[in-house]
Write a protein that binds this ligand. Structure first.
Ligand SMILES: [Fe+2]
Ligand SMILES: [Fe+2]
Length: 281
């Protein structure tokens, strides 16, 4: 059970930027109206500039450079637009101190690496990657950001519990706190009104269900694992997590080689994004 202190923290959480809020509302609609989306995005100059930059970046780019925001919107689609807007929100999220031995920067890079990994896997997978998977991957650890604001977690005690009982970090969270960052993340996604598919994946990204629980969750689990293998956001949790690596991969139609190529591609895109973001800052 999530304690009141954390639930109140979620209530007090900075509201989503207006642009993200409106895009999230449009996510559910069967046929998003491009003109409506353009209206939302064009009004926010910082967002519009960022979207144009990302639409032409290696990860999202096509053969031709897009010159204006309307073309960028058509190229990216609602889910990618929202991933970009939320990525920026996470980057400037004010983290008062490191949590779980992760700094603010690590957490942002971990999120960014996970979202890029979903894009890279989509290129390699035989099946179709659901558009919401990149948003879920980006936000999967949002619970950690909330927990650091309202809770002092004793990381050393958690680590020794992992060692003594041979359990994963998230199991140690559950044992010591009675809940974990995935549950907190699910509560945040629910407050923000995200589609169930995204909320469910955030909430369950550390629970291995035999047979899987749908492609979004499979994608998030693999992306989390890959981001950690790349060294993006290892923190105290390290690679100490359970995952049905082969099962998730097979259900998404990814060979082992394909997964490895996706890891290499995502690492390159992450490097480019780091250069881009930090030279622009
Ligand atoms: Fe996690
Ligand atoms: Fe993670």
């Amino acid at each position: 059970m999530i304690p009141n202190k954390i639930l109140e923290g979620i209530e007090r959480l900075d509201p989503l930027p207006v642009t993200a809020r409106k895009l999230a509302d449009m996510l559910g609609s069967e046929e998003p109206n491009m003109r409506e989306i353009a209206k939302v995005v064009e009004y926010d100059a910082a967002v519009a500039a960022n979207i144009l930059r990302v639409a032409n970046s290696a990860a999202y780019g096509g053969r031709y450079r897009v010159q204006n925001i309307r073309h960028a919107i058509v190229r990216l689609g609602t889910a990618n637009l929202l991933t970009i807007v939320l990525g920026e929100y996470l980057r400037v999220f004010n983290l008062p101190e490191p949590i779980f031995a992760l700094t603010e920067n690590d957490l942002y890079l971990h999120s960014a690496a996970s979202a890029l990994m979903v894009k890279a896997m989509a290129r390699e997978a035989r099946g179709t990657m659901p558009p919401n998977a990149s948003i879920a991957a980006l936000l999967h650890d949002i619970g950690k950001l909330i927990m650091v604001r309202y809770l002092k977690a004793d990381v050393a005690a958690m680590l020794s519990l992992c060692k003594d009982k041979n359990i994963t970090f998230v199991e140690a969270e559950r044992e010591m706190l009675g809940y974990d960052h995935a549950e907190v993340g699910g509560a945040v996604a629910r407050k923000w009104g995200f589609p169930d598919e995204i909320t469910w994946a955030i909430e369950n990204h550390h629970r291995v269900v035999p047979g899987g629980s749908g492609p979004v969750l499979d994608a998030v689990m693999l992306a989390n694992y890959a981001a950690k293998s790349m060294g993006a956001g290892l923190g105290a949790e390290g690679l100490n997590l359970s995952i049905d690596y082969a099962g998730s991969r097979q259900r998404l139609g990814l060979t082992m080689k394909g997964f490895e190529r996706a890891c290499a591609q995502a690492a390159i895109w992450l490097d480019e994004q780091k250069k881009d973001v930090y030279s622009a800052a």
